[in-house]
Design a protein around this ligand. Structure first.
Ligand code: GUN
Length: 307
């Protein structure tokens, strides 16, 4: 059986480190770091994510401010809000929760954020710094995943890494970070020919496509390290019976509650082939939040070059 890579446990370690650093700041008379979260509209999933981020801030002593513009906010109103947060000396980090309503231009909003406060690491300047291998604010999910892999002693140099998914939030930055650690990296996606064969080459397989149970056990190289970034809600019982055939716990939960969370990887099948696997939930999800708080502290301590 594969080792379960407990993301929650590692995220708790990261949160403890942030908490200690925040306490040390306060003890020396400095103010706590402050994160401003902008949540436009009332998308239920975004509300859950933002609630988790704000609760984690409170746990570590980081202050948070929530801005909740209505779903019909205009681009110029949103821009003004961001400009105000850029100019506020008491705000260290700014996070605009995605997705934004369709009438808004997400990139235009993200590009407005002062790169020194861009705790998501989505601003082109921070993306460019990552591209060049320079320190800076880096996207939370891949950077926390990398920290956890290193903590568990996962060898990356010279290994074949396959990143399934090419998003700017996870896939592309994860590929760059693996490359920085001297892995041989392939980015695979929905148009990749013979996806199972490409995945089977991976010593490290990162799945970040948002397709429940896409990666089957037969796609995984024996002994591979599998990082499952997907967080999907499954409600269809017939579909669940197919993807959870080797995962009686998930199937029972689906039958009992009518819904269950799962990753992009068939966890039960992966456990029989891989060397190590992150579970869903309790794997990458908590790491994302820990990465965000770490970035907020970093932004506050101005450990990053503002460009
Ligand atoms: N929506 C889904 N993931 C993310 C994230 O990492 N940051 C932001 N701002 N929005 C998201």
């Amino acid at each position: 059986m594969a080792q379960i890579l407990d993301g929650k446990a590692y995220a708790d370690r990261m949160l403890d480190e942030v908490k200690a650093a925040v306490a040390a700041r306060k003890n020396s008379g400095l103010r706590a770091p402050c994160l401003a979260v902008v949540l436009v509209g009332d998308d239920p999933a975004s509300q859950v994510y933002v609630k988790g981020k704000i609760a984690a801030c409170a746990k570590t002593g980081i202050e948070s401010i929530e801005h909740r513009p209505a779903a019909d906010v205009t681009q110029s109103e949103l821009n003004l809000l961001i400009e105000g947060l850029n100019a506020d000396p008491d705000v260290d980090g700014i996070l605009v929760q995605l997705p934004l309503p369709k009438h808004l231009d997400s990139k235009a909003a993200l590009h407005r954020i002062n790169p020194a406060k861009d705790v998501d690491g989505f601003h082109p300047l921070n993306q460019g710094r990552l591209f060049e291998g320079l320190p800076g604010l880096r996207p939370c999910t891949p950077s926390a995943c990398m920290r956890m892999l290193k903590f568990h002693g996962v060898e990356m140099a010279g290994k074949r890494a396959v990143v399934l998914g090419r998003s700017e939030i996870v896939g592309k930055p994860m590929a760059l970070m693996l490359l920085e650690e001297n892995a041989t990296v392939t980015i695979a996606h929905s148009r990749t020919a013979d996806l199972p064969a490409v995945c089977r080459e991976a010593d490290i397989l990162v799945a970040a496509v948002g397709r429940p149970g896409l990666v089957e056990g037969s796609w995984i190289k024996p002994g591979a390290v599998v990082v499952d970034v997907g967080i999907n809600r499954v409600t269809d019982l017939a579909f669940g019976e197919r993807i959870f055939a080797a995962d009686p716990v998930k199937l029972a939960k689906l039958r009992e509650k009518g819904h269950v969370l799962c990753g992009d990887v068939r966890f039960g099948e992966a456990m029989q082939v891989a060397g190590a696997v992150t579970p869903v939930p309790g794997g990458v999800g908590p790491l994302t939040i820990a990465g965000l708080l770490r970035n907020t502290l970093k932004a506050c301590e101005a450990l990053v070059c503002p460009g």
